[in-house]
Ligand binder design. Sequence first.
Ligand code: ADP
Ligand code: MG
Length: 230
Amino acid sequence: MQTPVLKIIQLSKTFSLGKNDFLALKDISIAFPKTGFVLISGKSGSGKSTLLNLIAGIHKPSEGHVFYRDKAIDAMSERHLCAYRNRELGFVFQQYNLFDKQSVLFNVILPLLIDGKGIAKAYETGEQLLKLYGMEEMAKRDVAKLSGGEKQRVAIIRAIINNPAIVLADEPTGALDRQNAERTMLFLKEISSERLVIVVSHDLELVRSYSTRHIEIKDGKVAHDSGPIC
Ligand code: ADP
Ligand code: MG
């Protein structure tokens, strides 16, 4: 059994809604190994995005902890949390979150620029990574001119440019047709051989065949976990 890269221990999240509190996640514990493709499914409103936001340190837990390599992320300083988000995590969203008026290459290298890398080195790294995945011909094109499937592949390249240990994808195929959704899954599967990839999706039929583990969230709780438990 691999040592977990990410551990969620007795995690709960309460949102305050005026006078009322709403318990979005209830006492969740999950350990994730260093590599693999984990599918998180559940109905709309079950708490999937909240869970990803807690893993990303965007929300603070109401109770419990998220440990990244044995460091509690809720106890990290703002500087460490920024470094964790930028270097150890990659994000992929349903709506790609790319800069439409900029080139593919510029979008891909943004995390490197944010991290303070020199522009020449960043361009070189971006070009190499696009080439590695057979996308070098797209480098100079404006993102606005790409298809949805191409945009999502660019977003995945951007998510891995810092070689993060974890990639979080929230409904990454929600805006794609079947063929492009399958290609996106294949791409995420490919990158999961070297890192942990957590994909939130309600499209079970699509994602199940690619995932190595399936966790179902129901009303803020783990309703099913196919393992492995580490
Ligand atoms: P999912 O991604 O599974 O559709 P979410 O994690 O987005 O669900 O939301 C889970 C529940 O928590 C929902 O009922 C939602 O309305 C509520 N929720 C999420 N974020 C907030 C927030 N910032 N403030 C109040 N309630 C929230
Ligand atoms: Mg969601």
